[in-house]
Write a protein that binds this ligand. Sequence first.
Ligand code: ATR
Length: 564
Amino acid sequence: MEGQGYAGLTEPLLKSLGLTRKAQRLLHPELRPCNIARSMTAENNHYGSRLLHLRLPRVCVAIAGSDANEMLEKAEALARDNPFIELRLDYLPKPGLAPEKIREFTESHPHVAVIGTCRRLASGGKFRGPISSQLDLLGKVADAGCQLVDVEIQTAARMRSAQLDKLRGKAAVVLSFHDFRGTQKLDETLNKMTAFPADFYKIVSTATSLFDNVSMMKFLERHQDAHSLVGLCMGEQGIISRVLAARAGSAFTFGALSADEKTAPGQVTARELRSIYRIDQVDAATKVYGVAGDPIEHSLSPAIMNAALRRENVNGVFLALHAKSLKDLLACVKEIPIHGLAITMPHKQAILPHLDNTDPFTTKIGACNTIVRSADGKLYGFNTDTSGVVRPLEQRIGLQNAKILVLGAGGAARAAVFGLKDRGAQVFILNRHTEKGKKLARQAKARTMKRLDLKKLDFDVIINATSVGMGNTRESPLSADEIKAKYVFDMVYDPAETLLLKLAKERGCEVIAGSEMFVHQAARQFEIWTGKPAPREDMLKIVTQALAERAAARNGTKLISKAS
Ligand code: ATR
């Protein structure tokens, strides 16, 4: 029966089957087929088993509120686009007032699947009452139309089996366990949980490393055939588990209503899960790509890469991996079937010795920003920062003999210097620490220059490859009278107009924003990974819009982003 749909079942037909109103609601065409009752085939009198093989939507939106009215107003506003919600009764000051309101909601929204949750304080929720009150409330919300109720294992352990049975006669039970400290003993925990009959077993742990996501993913893969499981890792490091778990067979996952209404740490908004990560389409065949760095929170790569994957019809998903250490990242990459990985600060140079091979140009630059994993698991390194610098310039000027000043001598500067020398440009390097600049100049057969001489010289292009100006409009690597060039190109992409670019415009120079480099290097990565042409125009539009939104929302928080 798995995979069979119910889209042909009309309401009168459902009525004629003699099912309760609640069961009819669950069989409504908008709910997709699934294995809700797989774990309880022997218990045909239970509510869940009567629902046969229904599939719930992939993303459940957790909703809290300052009172029942507010919670259900939010549910009301969401209902159209989100046919699966969790009502957090434990967040309400008077949860006893909720069932009546919930009844009104479920009756007017038969297509919405609702989980009623009243998590006790001892299990990480906010409900302070005794277990008897918790069960009473769960029974009432089930009567009021919640098709599923969440019961923590701590509560189940103290219930009589007849009580659990009775509850399951009214609603499908999601038996849950939360670990707020780490991700450990997942198999052992499931073993303990399956001592209690339930319709779903939900295990939520906390990721303290990237590898914890791998443990969760493998756990789900091991047990998904035997039980209906829901698994994910909380915490900022666990964000990727929400997508990887869906790929590994988790029946559904949770998303926040909005960025400031998260009911669990590391929750991603439901909208992001659906529109950026396309979680509804993620399956075992979905290819995984990602960007790894520290910090990574502000990276725009997931937004543009996921859009490009969608545009080019690639069954793939692009994730942001918060790699606090290279060791954790490498362990994770080994286990996640990752096809392509973008590497950003601070791992671009340190990752090189861990790769199986790099192209000669990347070896010369000494920094890698793109990894491809071959079918046999080997990791190959490339550097697309070079094309990110060269392409926007080549679209404007001939590089042969062009006189170009590169500010900086770090990873991004190295990619620029080697790439420009390769195109025949005359390259001058100016770096804060002069020795480092001289070393790069020797390696790349470029020249260094003194800051004092700047005012005397004219350039075709000045490129800022330092991090000065990142996240603010106060700092510039050069003063106005030091800017003498036809073009000024800033690798810093946030803010969209850095102080350097503003000064350059005032001096009459043409400017090239960091977003161009960002998009070009990302486009090249996309082409290396997928073999398809990258939708550059779309990618640039997304970056430009995201930067404008950030600029509008900026409230003094320092954003960290450089076009590499
Ligand atoms: P990336 O890989 O993004 O290039 P990086 O390798 O850390 O990052 O390089 C940062 C560059 O910005 C370096 O050239 C650094 O100069 P030093 O080599 O002298 O450290 C430059 N940089 C950072 N902060 C700077 C500042 N306040 N003034 C001038 N240059 C700065």
